[in-house]
Design a protein around this ligand. Structure first.
Ligand code: UDP
Length: 211
């Protein structure tokens, strides 16, 4: 939901500002009920912040069909000349530059979080554990324009953008308090925003070569 304060902790009240968010909340509820109804299940809930980037090899990444919904695939397609300009959804939010602030996390860090969460589940004495909940984020927020500028500088490309109206259901700012995952899973995001943006661009070039 729209957080009362940031960074977000796992024990904050939950809510949803759009159907996609509500679907995630429903899945958490389903999993809690599943664990209650069937003792064979052991469940951990991982709350992803904004996963971006690609495998550093440039061989595994996301190539969305149609018009990308998410920021990074849109940025890489504009940089590649496949689209004219990035629509920036709102520049009048209560954030330092007016654009939305998010906690971007490298997909490889996210993968490591899953491995550590599974190891933790397997180590628990109670086989039907449910439902430890962990934020997987870096704890650091970047605005849309931070991302555009950093992407241009790192990859030496141009990403023209146009300010558009706000997108319905978006919140101004959202970033994680990742302390619980650090304390209980021994997990911390290790890769930087630079890694995320370099790896996203390397992947986009693989997509272009194979087009
Ligand atoms: N965003 C944008 N233009 C786009 C896609 C996204 O300005 O074409 C903004 C969006 O308003 C939000 C941020 O980028 O502030 C991240 O959006 P995304 O859809 O990637 O993830 P979300 O936070 O909505 O899950």
């Amino acid at each position: 939901g729209d957080p009362a304060s940031v960074p977000l902790r796992e024990d904050f009240p939950t809510g949803a500002t759009n159907p996609y968010g509500r679907s995630k909340l429903m899945v958490e509820e389903i999993l809690r009920d599943l664990a209650k109804s069937d003792p064979r299940w052991a469940i951990v809930l991982l709350r992803y912040f904004n996963p971006v980037g690609a495998h550093e090899s440039g061989l595994i990444g996301e190539d969305p069909n149609g018009i990308p919904n998410n920021l990074l695939p849109f940025v890489t397609q504009v940089a590649a000349g496949q689209r004219d300009a990035l629509p920036v959804f709102g520049n009048d939010y209560a954030t330092p530059d007016g654009t939305g602030v998010r906690d971007y996390i490298h997909v490889t860090d996210l993968v490591r979080g899953h491995v550590l969460a599974l190891e933790k589940l397997l180590s628990l004495p109670n086989a039907n554990a449910c439902c430890n909940t962990y934020n997987l984020g870096t704890g650091q927020g970047y605005s849309v324009l931070d991302i555009v500028r950093a992407f241009e500088r790192l990859n030496n490309v141009s990403v023209p953008y146009r300010i558009q109206p706000r997108r319905e259901g978006d919140v101004a700012a959202c970033w994680a308090d990742p302390t619980l995952a650090a304390n209980e899973l021994g997990w911390r995001a290790e890769l930087t925003l630079d890694d995320m943006l370099l790896d996203s661009w390397r992947w986009q070039q693989t997509v272009l070569r194979n087009a």
